[in-house]
Design a protein around this ligand. Structure first.
Ligand code: ZN
Length: 423
């Protein structure tokens, strides 16, 4: 009896903690949303160059900045990375595509907007390294303010020790907002205002460009345009409340995309991506839904690639706890997966009538972004950016019109079937 009481008390405390965390996180989010609305990008400080040099056994990174900026860094292993955070800046670096080749200990690096108010540079290391010095050099002659970082080869043990010795690491909170879902099917039913809430998710963004394709426009840019066009098309229907996970070139962690859908109590989540493949002849769209076992090897590899997004952006995943496992979640997820499949079955014929689709156009794999246990979710790979015809089509207004028309018809058909069943 005592055990039961204690366990109940523990659960209550945990539930209270989760609620508190939700309040804190929501508060923080509404603040950033406010700042974000007024942030004038063009007034942001400018980073005009990032370069690497080798001096003896030291690899030096230099960042040219228009003014003296605050900075912090954190180190991550598996794989070894150093992440430098700066205030929101404009990267005005010619022909860089927000990434650069490495030198010395640095294998390669990426940079971009991480979230409103924070820009980020991520260094992928060839081996464990230690930060010997980090400082700002004042302007001198023609040179600007420069942030300098000196790295030296170290050992795996020393790298780990330095990680644990730096508790001021930034923590991106992804798991605390997860709560126990309500009864299965809760999100299938319309709420009091009867509007169907649809979340359109443009994949990648900010520091994560997605794949670079064949026409010089990265996936993050192309899918944002497609997502906007889908949103605008769906928003013509007064019964729909359509929202986007991002409407600018900004990074959003995969877990946060899921949380946005869950907090909104969304009825449907549509994630938009564009694929790449080594054979440029491969083209066509595919719709993916969640499954722990992949439908084929290609789907599995794709999910691994898409799930790398957080790693690319330098997010510390060590503090990720397993999500609350319970029978309720399993039940909700199974039911949700049925609805995701039902939507897919209605969406596919509409897509096929508008754009080229692949032969097996419904596939399954363990995509992180589809893991909301109670929001029917699909991931649309709208085509291949490594195929020039697909890439041109996806990057054109005419192509976007076709996709958004197909999605609109699929969504209409899906909600019509729910309505017919009294939901
Ligand atoms: Zn993608």
């Amino acid at each position: 009896m005592k055990m039961v009481q204690m366990s109940f008390k523990f659960k209550a405390i945990r539930f209270f903690t989760i609620c508190l965390a939700i309040v804190v996180v929501l508060g923080a989010l509404s603040n950033t949303a406010g700042n974000h609305a007024v942030a004038a990008n063009s007034n942001s400080p400018v980073i005009s160059d990032i370069r690497l040099g080798i001096n003896g056994d030291t690899t030096r990174l230099v960042i040219d900045m228009s003014e003296k900026l605050s900075y912090s860094y954190l180190t991550l292993d598996d794989p070894y990375r150093i992440v430098i955070d700066l205030p929101e800046v404009n990267f005005d670096i010619e022909g860089s595509d927000h990434a650069g080749d490495g030198k010395g200990i640095v294998e390669q690096y990426r940079f971009g907007l991480f979230r409103a108010g924070t820009s980020r540079v991520v260094l992928d290391l060839a081996e464990p390294a230690s930060v010997e010095r980090m400082f700002i050099l004042p302007p001198n002659g023609n040179s600007k303010h420069r942030l300098v970082l000196d790295l030296k080869t170290s050992t795996a043990t020393a790298f780990k020790a330095a990680m644990t010795a730096a508790p001021s690491r930034q923590v991106v909170n992804q798991t605390t907002t997860r709560s126990v879902p309500r009864t299965p099917n809760a999100r299938i039913r319309p709420r009091d205002n009867d509007k169907r809430i649809i979340i359109v998710d443009a994949g990648h963004g900010g520091i994560d460009p997605g794949n670079l394709g064949s026409i010089g426009v990265p996936e993050k840019t192309i899918v944002l345009k497609i997502a906007r066009s889908i949103r605008d098309k769906l928003a013509q229907n007064p019964d729909y409340d359509v929202r986007m996970t991002r409407d600018r070139d900004i990074f959003i962690p995969l877990g946060e995309r899921v949380n946005i859908a869950r907090r909104a109590e969304a009825d449907l989540f549509i994630s938009v991506h564009a694929d790449s493949f080594r054979q440029s002849s491969v083209r066509g769209g595919t719709v993916y839904t969640l499954s722990e076992s992949s439908s084929d090897r290609e789907a599995e590899l794709l999910a691994q690639k898409e799930n790398r997004s957080d790693l690319i952006a330098g997010i510390d995943l060590r503090n990720e706890t397993d999500e609350v496992t319970s029978i309720l979640i399993d039940l909700a997820r199974r039911e949700t997966m049925n609805y995701s499949a039902r939507f897919t079955n209605l969406l596919l014929p509409e897509l096929s009538s508008q754009i080229r689709m692949r032969r097996n156009s419904h596939r399954f794999a363990a995509f992180e972004v589809l893991k909301a246990p109670d929001v029917p979710s699909v991931l649309l790979e709208a085509g291949y950016l490594t195929n020039r015809d697909d890439a041109r089509n996806l990057n054109s207004a005419a192509g976007r019109r076709k996709i958004s028309k197909a999605v609109q018809r699929g969504v209409d058909a899906y909600f019509a079937t729910l309505k017919a069943e009294g939901y």
